[in-house]
Each structure stands twice: as structure tokens, then as C-alpha cells.
Design a protein around this ligand. Structure first.
Ligand code: ATP
Ligand code: MG
Length: 322
């Protein structure tokens, strides 16, 4: 059964920015669905409309069977969200932050203690629960926010750039918690990211989003398979061969003594390619990445990192303002 059904969802901000432009898709229960796209692609806008925090300009969606435009309160009660910007109160302790959230989301008082304990255990923050959040590292804050998003037992969890600015080790830990959640609780997760490895590692399906539109949507494996593989020759010398006869070559890029050749199956195509070049120093076979997929469908590379500064920078700026 589809837990989320999106139909022609559109958001036009003032100055006619079409941040989300007629997007449609459906997500099944227990799925981890990724929205992968660069800065400004419309990921947060899309997520906020689904979470009923932002009014759509056109189209609609159903979340847990509730229409986001007609039944926003019911949608809100059934979802959890972790925002892109840090939103825990850093003057309170981790425990107090969770208690505040339980209160706001109407968790029965008798269940507070048990649920908070369980959530803290999941993200391994039990022994730091009574420290003020300002003493937490960036990764610990992110984990606390994940715990907070789960406290009222949502059926659907929205995670907006859950690992933005985290070091690789913290990122992998957050991935583990998310996977544990899906396995143990069977919840459905929508995650936005501009990290390719995150989408690749975590998501059952990925929608590549660019300029408010879904360019392509499938499992990471299927998306990559369609790209094929790259054969990279380095230190190419001698007469450059005529490659026109090799109809199987999807694309060739030459940069000095480096030549990159895109093929469907490198093991099958390697031999004729190597025979065609009179000399080279090194050959490498590159498996496809989601970056290659992004490039194919958008004509650009997805940039790693964020021009607007990562989680740490923004958290520090926020702290400095206090
Ligand atoms: N409140 C707003 N008013 C006007 N324009 C906005 C507003 N919020 C976002 N936009 C614009 O909408 C577009 C999509 O922004 P959005 O924040 O949804 O992108 P994103 O994919 O989440 O980017 P990022 O990876 O940087 O978080 C951008 O062009 C942005 O400038
Ligand atoms: Mg965003």
C-alpha cells in the first residue's frame, strides 16, 4: 500500500520561483525513499509541503491516507520530521529537549519516560542525556534530533539532510540508526540529501531532483546499471586510434594523455579497446556512481558539500547569535 502519494505537487514562491514543479510519485510502506539533488533543487520545499508546514500552489498529496490540504492536523499527527537546520534548544539538556517534544506532540505523560529512554538508547545518547545540548558535538545533536523525530511513534519520518556537515564516521552511525528504525519499526522514511553515497547506501529508491522536477527515479542499482561503466586509460601515447568503428562506445572523453570511454560492460569491451590503442601506461575500470546518473539526466555534476556552509557552521553561527 502506498503510504505517500504525490500528485502534481507544485510550489511557486514570490518572484515566480518554481521551487517544486509538478512532482508526482508514490512511496510504499517500509521504503526508504531519497530525494537527491543540489542546493536549491526544491528538496526542502517539497518535504515541507508533505509535512503540511508549507501550503502548495498546485497539486496535492496523501500522507498515511490523509490529504495534506484537507486534513493537515491528521497528517501532522502521523509524521515525524528532522529539519535541515538544527532545531534543538541548546540551553536545555538532551532529556529536556525530548520531554518538551513529547509534551508538544501529545504523548501521554505516563509514556514519556519509557519512550525517551528508548529513543536515547537507539541513538546511543543515554549517558549524555543530562548534558546541555550546547556541549554536544554536531553528530550528537543530529542524533538527538533523530530521537526527537521518533518520540511520538510516527509512521512516516521526514529527514531533511540528516547528515549534512557530519564527518564520515558520524554519518555512518546515523545511517545505522535509520536502518535499524526501518527494520524494527517498519516505518517509512523520506530523506533529502545531496550526498550521493548517502542516497546510494541508504535508499531503496532515489528520485533525482533538479530545478523542482524529478529527472529520474529508480533503485540506485538500476540507475547505475543504466549508466554502464567507464574504462579509463592513462598515459596514452602513439597514434590516436579511429574509434568510429566501435559502435558500442557510448561516450569518449579525451583530456591530454587521458582517455575515458563509457561502455555497457567493461569486461566485455576491454579487449578491443586495449588493442586499438598503440600504448598506454595504466588502465582503470570505474563502476558507475549516482553522480554519473545525475550528470546524465541533468547535464551537470552534483557538487559535494554545501556552498551555504555545513551543519557545523550554521550551528556555530546560531550559537554566536545568542
Ligand atoms: N521562503 C522562500 N521564499 C522564496 N524563495 C524560496 C523560499 N524558500 C526557498 N526558496 C527558493 O526555492 C528554491 C528551492 O529551495 P529549497 O530550500 O527547497 O531547496 P533545497 O533543495 O532544499 O536546497 P538545499 O540543498 O540548499 O537545502 C530555491 O531557489 C530557493 O531560493
Ligand atoms: Mg534543503
Amino acid at each position: 500500500m502506498a503510504v505517500i502519494e504525490v500528485e502534481g505537487l507544485t510550489k511557486v514562491y514570490e518572484k515566480k520561483i518554481r521551487a517544486v514543479d509538478g512532482v508526482s510519485f508514490a512511496i510504499e510502506e517500509g521504503e526508504v525513499f531519497g530525494l537527491l539533488g543540489p542546493n536549491g533543487a526544491g528538496k526542502t520545499t517539497l518535504l515541507h509541503m508533505l509535512a503540511t508546514l508549507l501550503e502548495p500552489t498546485g497539486g496535492t498529496a496523501r500522507v498515511n491516507g490523509h490529504d495534506i490540504r484537507k486534513e493537515p492536523a491528521k497528517v501532522r499527527a502521523s509524521i515525524g520530521i528532522v529539519f535541515q537546520d538544527p532545531s534543538s534548544d541548546d540551553l536545555l539538556t538532551g532529556y529536556e529537549n525530548l520531554m518538551l517534544h513529547a509534551m508538544m506532540f501529545g504523548v501521554p505523560r505516563a509514556e514519556w519516560k519509557g519512550r525517551i529512554r528508548k529513543a536515547l538508547e537507539l541513538v546511543e545518547l543515554t549517558d549524555r542525556a543530562n548534558d546541555r545540548v550546547r556541549k554536544y558535538s554536531g553528530g550528537m545533536r543530529r542524533r538527538l534530533e533523530l530521537a526527537r523525530g521518533l518520540l511520538h511513534k510516527p509512521r512516516v519520518l521526514f529527514l531533511d539532510e540528516p547528515t549534512l556537515g557530519l564527518d564520515p564516521q558520524s554519518r555512518e552511525r546515523v545511517w545505522e540508526y535509520i536502518q535499524k528504525l526501518v527494520e524494527e519499526e517498519g516505518i517509512t522514511v523520506i530523506i533529502t540529501t545531496h550526498y550521493m553515497e548517502e542516497a546510494d547506501h541508504l535508499c531503496d529508491r532515489v528520485a533525482i531532483i533538479d530545478f523542482g522536477r524529478i529527472a529520474v527515479m529508480d533503485s540506485p542499482a538500476a540507475l547505475k546499471q543504466e549508466i554502464g561503466e567507464r574504462i579509463l586509460l592513462k598515459g596514452v601515447g602513439g597514434a590516436y586510434p579511429d574509434l568510429d568503428s566501435m559502435a558500442f562506445l557510448q561516450r569518449v572523453e579525451r583530456d591530454g594523455d587521458r582517455v575515458e570511454l563509457w561502455v555497457d560492460d567493461a569486461s566485455k569491451r576491454l579487449k578491443p579497446i586495449l588493442e586499438a590503442f598503440p600504448s598506454f601506461e595504466k588502465v582503470e575500470i570505474r563502476p558507475p556512481t549516482l553522480n554519473d546518473v545525475f550528470l546524465k539526466y541533468t547535464g551537470r555534476e552534483i557538487r559535494e558539500g554545501s556552498a551555504e556552509g555545513g551543519f557545523f557552521e550554521r550551528a556555530l553561527a546560531r550559537r554566536a547569535r545568542r
